[in-house]
Design a protein around this ligand. Structure first.
Ligand code: SF4
Ligand code: SF4
Length: 110
């Protein structure tokens, strides 16, 4: 087989009918600005914690959006709540509030 220097990835699809979005809906109610997120990644690109760890705030809020909460509580502990992500977000998403509320919602019983 000829190698072209890249590999074709297996398509990944999510069946959104099979996941509970209760926590995500709660998060949107508490932080309405999250509805404006268009997944640009600026928050991750400027993140202070990202410079020292594998922490990715965009990956975390994308997982939350998809109802995939596994491991998020541990990952969120790496955030220092410095607020840089909130300053650079082009859609005005209040990421500090988003992070605090994600932590609280993950602590609450479903
Ligand atoms: S910077 Fe704002 S719009 Fe971009 S991914 Fe982060 S939260 Fe979403
Ligand atoms: S508040 Fe957290 S997620 Fe945002 S830039 Fe700071 S360490 Fe990163």
């Amino acid at each position: 087989m000829i190698k072209f220097g890249f590999a074709i990835k297996t398509p990944r699809s999510e069946n959104m009918d099979s996941v509970s979005l209760e926590r995500f809906n709660k998060l949107q109610e508490r932080v309405p600005s999250f509805k404006r997120c268009f997944q640009c990644g600026c928050c991750s690109a400027t993140c202070s914690a990202r410079q020292f760890t594998d922490f990715s705030i965009r990956r975390i809020h994308t997982s939350f959006r998809r109802g995939d909460y596994e491991g998020l509580d541990e990952a969120l502990k790496k955030c220092m709540l410095c607020g840089k992500c909130t300053l650079v977000c082009p859609r005005g998403v209040n990421l500090r509030s988003l992070i605090i509320n994600m932590r609280q919602i993950l602590d609450e019983k479903e």
